[in-house]
Design a protein around this ligand. Structure first.
Ligand SMILES: *Cc1c(COP(=O)(O)O)cnc(C)c1O
Length: 362
């Protein structure tokens, strides 16, 4: 046996690492980043703020001021606090670790965000995926049956869902919250909330098992790595015990506090992207080559029509033209022949559309 075989868990030896393609030189429409930076004057001011940060000191782990601004600016209900994460990826890890009793399970609709399953397995929890309906709606009967059978400690519902871009039916989600009751938590992942204009955050007081999780990544700050979640104080106390005390670094803390003073700019960028999203959807539909699914996020899921170019060939043709999207066809049978495209600037979207149309003729 080799060293790695001697010491590494067999399930980890069998995994492949999360692959992120190198996108330098490409029009990058694969990762749901906001294409806009802050205006130059604010960036200069941010630079001055960051220069004052005491990088020689540890962060103060209560993060009182940052949390106060998040609660005030981002609609956390009165009386509710947040737990901060180094991206919501870390919050998912914290939830997995906190709930990893022997035999505990995580349940989520599939296709969905891959980190739910990944994080569950790394923490030693079982993962149960319940297929969505072909139109990507929740299969409520199948969800309720699986919840009764598996008694999951954590149910994830991404609102809207990645990679399908749709908002699940609110009444179906409430039925799931009720069915899970006090045998588990239901995590509503609102990573795309600025593009959805729908949220379970205001409903926190209604459900003691509801956890609302968000991130600043998709609204323009993917690089600083900051996520937050809210839930009842009883739950937050326990999640806090698992959070590494200095998980949000002082530069992220200062940058987030600064940007939250100017959140109107991010709101305006999100509004612009929502408009761009409908323009892009219309233009893609008009090519006649793709079905565009309804989107409440900053990306579009499209399915290439049969008889035209397939998703794999189109993906390669786009790559040759230096446009990077995500080929999701292999993620799940329901996504056959589908691509996921992030909404970019008008210029980026035009380049993508031109490359799309050119690919059809190849
Ligand atoms: C992108 C994404 C996240 C991850 O966000 P980070 O805060 O960047 O880690 C979480 N959930 C969903 C559904 C996402 O699409």
């Amino acid at each position: 046996m080799s060293l790695t075989q001697n010491i590494i868990r067999p399930d980890i030896l069998a995994l492949s690492a999360y692959h992120v393609p190198d996108a330098s030189g490409f029009v990058k429409l694969d990762a749901m980043e906001n294409p806009y930076q802050l205006p130059a004057d604010l960036r200069a001011e941010l630079g001055r703020r960051l220069a004052e940060v005491a990088m020689n000191r540890y962060p103060i782990p209560s993060y009182t001021e940052l949390k106060r601004r998040i609660c005030e600016r981002l609609g956390v209900p009165a009386g509710f606090d947040v737990v901060l994460g180094n991206g919501s990826d870390e919050l998912i890890t914290i939830l997995s670790v906190a709930c990893a009793k022997p035999g505990a399970k995580v349940l989520a609709p599939v296709p969905g965000f891959v980190m739910y399953e990944m994080s569950a397995k790394l923490a030693g929890l079982g993962f149960v995926g319940v297929p969505l309906k072909p139109d990507f709606a929740l299969d409520l009967d199948a969800m309720l049956a699986a919840i009764a059978r598996e008694k999951p400690a954590i149910v994830y519902l991404a609102y809207p869902n990645n990679p399908t871009a749709n908002l699940f039916d609110e009444a179906a989600m409430v039925a799931i919250l009720r069915a899970v009751g006090d045998s588990g938590i239901v995590v509503v992942d609102e990573a795309y909330q600025p593009f959805a204009q729908a949220s379970f955050m205001p409903r926190l007081p209604e459900f003691s098992n509801l956890v609302v999780m968000r991130t600043v990544s998709k609204l323009g700050l993917a690089g600083i790595r900051l996520g937050y979640l809210s839930a009842s104080p009883e739950l937050l106390v326990e999640f806090e015990k698992v959070r590494p005390p200095y998980n949000v670094n002082v530069l992220t803390q200062a940058a987030a506090e600064f940007v939250l003073e100017h959140s109107d700019i991010l709101d305006a960028q999100a509004a612009q992207l929502r408009e761009e999203r409908s323009r892009l959807a219309q233009a893609l539909t008009a090519t006649g080559a793709a079905e565009v699914f309804p989107s409440a996020a900053n990306f579009l899921l499209i399915r290439l029509k049969t008889g035209k170019i397939g998703a794999n060939d189109l993906f390669s043709a786009l790559l040759k033209q230096k446009v990077l999207v995500k080929n999701v066809g292999k993620m799940h049978p329901l996504l056959e022949n589908c691509l996921r495209v992030t909404v970019g600037t008008p210029e980026e979207n035009r380049i993508f559309l031109d490359a799309f149309v050119a690919s059809l003729a190849m």
